[in-house]
Design a protein around this ligand. Structure first.
Ligand code: CP
Length: 306
């Protein structure tokens, strides 16, 4: 299906190709043993230059559930990058040992650069504040599974919309679906970048920007909460001032539709109160599990075993 292809940003795959992955992910989830052992003998390199729990562990779980194996590092300090080895050389090495590479890197554009040096597929697991396409596959699969379809939905994004790569990737992907509306809830300092706004305007997508989560809540079908990311700030004072701008709690949930689903790429810090976890509309832990199934679908597809 996607044999030999890299995934650097969601636009690399057509809507039809993503739909095929979602169908495959659902089959993997529901048919015990389906594709298990299909990647026996294959190796996945996981190169994480930034911390991760979900993306790295779900890729490693996905590969192992498909019968394959993983090698790599979770801390660049344990690799020769700490001795000054270039990204290009690190990638050449990983590509000579593995059949595909998953990489997270703090620099925007790092995944694209890696794909230019790699003879094997490169999957972007997050490049700075730029893109996180496998999170987008996770988000779209979750919306499809829990809401039935993406068409016609109004999706609210709340929190750090400036540096949030998951927001940039998902907003760009949603803009390709029919009749989707978006509401961006952020303080002035963390507004969604102009290039996303221009893209939405060019595509004729309905959207609005607001600072009030309370005002936005009643109109939303999906609420995508995000963390204010300490690691992206140059100034600790700005982070402390902005970190608790929005906290989703029971009171705010009362303003929302019964069919709302609340997503979050995780990790969360304070932006979703723990009391919301038991609300049936809280879908963020389910979302993380769908991430493993869609990564199984992606790996089996780019490794050419389906
Ligand atoms: N959603 C996500 O990217 O989580 P991790 O940073 O834990 O991988």
């Amino acid at each position: 299906m996607l044999k030999g292809r890299s995934l650097i940003e969601p636009g690399n795959f057509t809507i039809e190709e993503m739909d095929d992955l979602f169908t495959l992910a659902e089959k993997i989830e529901n048919e015990e043993g389906y594709l298990r052992e299909s990647c026996r003998g294959k190796l996945l390199a996981t190169l994480f230059f930034e911390p991760s729990t979900r993306t790295r562990l779900s890729f490693e779980a996905a590969m192992q559930r498909l019968g394959g194996s993983c090698l790599g590092f979770a801390d660049p300090g344990s690799s020769s990058a700490s001795k000054g080895e270039s990204l290009a050389d690190t990638i050449r090495m990983a590509a000579s040992y593995a059949d595909a590479i998953v990489m997270r890197n703090p620099k925007e554009g790092a995944a694209l650069l890696a794909s230019r040096y790699s003879p094997v597929p490169v999957i972007n697991a997050g490049d700075g504040g730029h893109h996180h396409p496998t999170q987008t596959l996770t988000d779209l699969l979750t919306i499809k599974r829990l809401r039935g379809s993406i068409k016609g939905l109004t999706v609210g994004f709340c929190g750090d919309l400036k540096f949030g790569r998951t927001v940039h990737s998902l907003a760009k992907a949603l803009a390709r679906y029919e009749d989707v509306g978006m509401v961006f809830v952020a303080p002035d300092e963390l507004k969604v970048p102009e290039y996303i706004i221009h893209l939405l305007q060019k595509e004729g997508i309905k959207f609005l920007e607001t600072k009030s989560l309370e005002e936005a809540m009643p109109g939303l079908d999906v609420l995508y909460m995000t963390r204010v990311q300490r690691e992206r700030f140059f100034n600790e004072e700005d982070y402390i001032r902005l970190k608790d701008t929005y906290v989703l709690n029971k009171e705010k949930m009362e303003l929302a539709k019964n069919e709302l689903i609340v997503l979050h790429p995780l990790p969360r810090v304070n932006e979703i109160a723990v009391e919301v976890d038991t609300d049936p509309r809280a879908a963020y832990f389910k979302q993380a599990k769908y991430g493993m199934y869609v990564r199984m679908a992606l790996l089996s597809s780019i490794l050419g075993v389906v």
